[in-house]
Design a protein around this ligand. Structure first.
Ligand code: SER
Length: 594
């Protein structure tokens, strides 16, 4: 089975069971300051899992692009990818365990035709937060899963979420394919990573809202959140040995064989390098070509993108790839994905040119950097197997080696790196460290404090001001709001003048002084367009979106939430205007008490 068929089968199955097929969201979470990437299908749906009404109803299904870089070191094995697609279905306070589990069983056995004797499931064993899930176990049994293939596992295995530090979460039941390998021990179970069981689907019963203090409150509504990995499921269904044999990745592997003049599968190192390149360039293509695409930089998403590309360059060198090879791989992915994700086709030029630029930047110093690395290692006394923080910082600062790359290079020859020392050296030299990015990985999800809500509304006003005062072609390239400030990236190839900054502040403060109501309406995309709304038009035809209007000042498609009236905002002030990356400017602004 190929990816096109599996996506279709899944969406149709749930459509036939009353689910609305909704568009997946961007890989860059909108107005969510706490996480860098969309990591699960439920992630863009957090407001609705928390109780907000979804315009498409209570039963939803979609395919969501996801990026997870937590397991980046595992990439190169048979199953881990930094980019993947997640098939999902949701009940927003509608159906519950019985339907969710029965449909999962039906889809696996009747549609995907998996022999029930090859399935195993896990359910929550119970602890102080939630009881043992006997209900889920008994539903599985009724479906046809025998008792010895139902495993009760603890929180470590059968609790999902929240995606960040706070938000919707709950116990889950996971579905595994039993590969038929012998048990590795007496208590071999799906919790074990010996490879006997491979997870393909997860039904989460989201009933809790984790608070910042670590406690759990019941959610206003009981939800179901399920997620099935497209790549993994295709691998299993087709009996492949790894995800790289699926139609999603094998094209890139074939092209790499051709470009490197080497065979995949013959040599362990070459195979691993090809897998890493195929994975990383796919993720880079998706991030560069996203509807809210990013470009390589030293912070946040741009830093992760840079790391992925530079790692691909290094592994490309190991298998002898020539100049331009990586963009050949990107072009292949563009062709492969453009019908599924139109933004990839629309941004084709940008993807290739930004990738080429980053590859060129790094290729020119990689060789020297590797020499420097070898030189330093050579100087170290025999018994010292640790590189100093200063060395790691020099490799970063002079040769562009992301710290993770230095750690990896060191590990390959049995050395360590003083990462703490590196961080210190970094902080001494720079005001900004990508530690900020790591923090945000760990941070909580939604922040709907009054401050954030107000800054969100101020962002709309400022977006409108930029288009009215500076250039009507200005588009939002990124937005990040904390309780203290807003940060907004937009396209412009020059700094703003002092005069323009003053006028933008005047425009926004004018709208605040006018005490205008912020009105939210739900409508279809063509209706929103007809109203002159700005925003990302990536919804499917017929799907309803929310349009927030602020008098004549601004009309924008957005998920909200917003202040009710501009009079609540306070005084708007731009505190910084700077370059973000090539052709993109960044504004930081605050709301002060009047
Ligand atoms: N959120 C769950 C997961 O990521 C199910 O969709 O596995």
């Amino acid at each position: 089975m190929d990816s096109v068929t599996l996506r279709k089968l899944y969406l149709n199955f749930f459509k036939e069971r009353g689910h609305a097929v909704i568009s997946g969201a961007s890989l860059i979470p909108e107005n969510d300051p706490t996480v860098l990437f969309t990591t699960a299908g439920m992630h863009p749906l957090v407001p609705y899992l928390s109780g907000e009404k979804h315009p498409q109803g209570k039963r939803l299904t979609d395919v969501q692009k996801c990026v997870r870089t937590g397991d980046i070191d595992e990439v190169g094995d048979a199953t881990h990818c930094t980019f993947f697609e997640m098939l999902g279905n949701w009940s927003l306070g509608d159906y519950s365990k019985k339907e969710a589990i029965s449909w999962s069983y039906e889809f696996l056995t009747q549609v995907l035709l998996i022999d029930p004797s090859r399935l195993a499931v896990s359910v929550f064993a119970g602890d102080e937060t939630a009881p043992r899930d006997d209900e889920a176990a008994s539903i599985w049994e009724k479906c046809g899963i025998s008792k010895d293939r139902i495993f009760f596992l603890p929180r470590k295995n059968n609790w999902w979420g929240p995606a960040g530090q706070t938000g919707p979460c709950g116990t889950d039941t996971e579905m595994f394919i039993d590969t038929g390998k012998p048990k590795c021990s007496e208590d071999c179970s799906p919790a074990c990573d010996c490879g006997k069981y491979i997870e393909i689907w997860n039904d989460v019963f989201m009933q809790y809202d984790k608070q910042a203090d670590g406690s759990f409150r019941p959610l206003a509504q009981k939800n179901v959140d399920t997620g099935m990995g497209l790549e993994r499921t295709l691998t299993i269904l087709n009996g492949y040995k790894s995800v790289y044999e699926t139609d999603l990745l094998r094209g890139a592997i074939g092209k790499l064989e051709e470009l490197a003049g080497k065979k995949y599968g013959e040599d362990e190192e070459v195979t691993k390098a090809m897998r890493i390149i195929a994975d990383h360039i796919r993720t880079a293509t998706m991030l560069l070509g996203d509807q809210r695409g990013v470009t390589p930089s030293n912070v946040d998403q741009g830093y992760v993108l840079r790391r992925l590309i530079r790692r691909a360059v290094r592994f490309g060198r190991l298998i002898g790839l020539k100049e331009g090879a990586l963009s050949e791989i990107a072009k292949l992915y563009i062709e492969q994905y453009k019908d599924i994700y139109p933004e990839i086709g629309e941004n084709a030029e940008k993807i290739v040119s930004e990738l080429d630029k980053e590859v060129e930047r790094f290729s020119s110093v990689l060789q020297q950097g590797l020499k420097e690395f070898e030189k330093v290692v050579g100087y170290l006394p025999e018994n010292v197997k640790r590189l100093s923080g200063k060395t790691a910082f020099k490799l970063y600062d002079t040769y562009g080696f992301p710290i993770e790359m230095t750690v990896e290079l060191a590990k390959e020859i049995g050395y360590e790196v003083d990462v703490e020392g590196y961080k210190k050296a970094f902080e001494e030299h720079q005001q900004k460290s990508h530690a900020g990015a790591e923090q945000r990985f760990k941070g909580g999800l939604q922040d709907n404090t009054v401050e954030v809500t107000r800054l969100h509304t101020a962002t709309h006003l400022m977006n409108a001001a930029l288009r009215t005062i500076v250039d009507e072609n200005i588009r939002q390239k990124g937005s990040n709001i904390t309780a203290e400030r807003l940060r907004f990236d937009f396209n412009l190839d020059r700094p703003l003048t002092q005069e323009e900054i003053r006028k933008i502040e005047e425009y926004v403060n004018g709208a605040i002084d006018a005490k205008v109501d912020v009105v939210c309406r739900e409508m279809t995309v063509p209706e929103a367009k007809a109203m002159g709304a700005i925003g990302v038009f990536d919804s499917k035809y017929g799907e309803k979106v929310k349009v927030y209007s602020i008098g004549d000042y601004s009309t924008e498609i957005c998920g909200g939430p917003h202040a009710a009236n501009t009079g609540e905002l306070g005084k708007f002030r731009i505190v910084k205007e700077q370059s973000s990356s090539a052709g993109v400017r960044r504004i930081k602004a605050v709301l002060e008490n009047k």
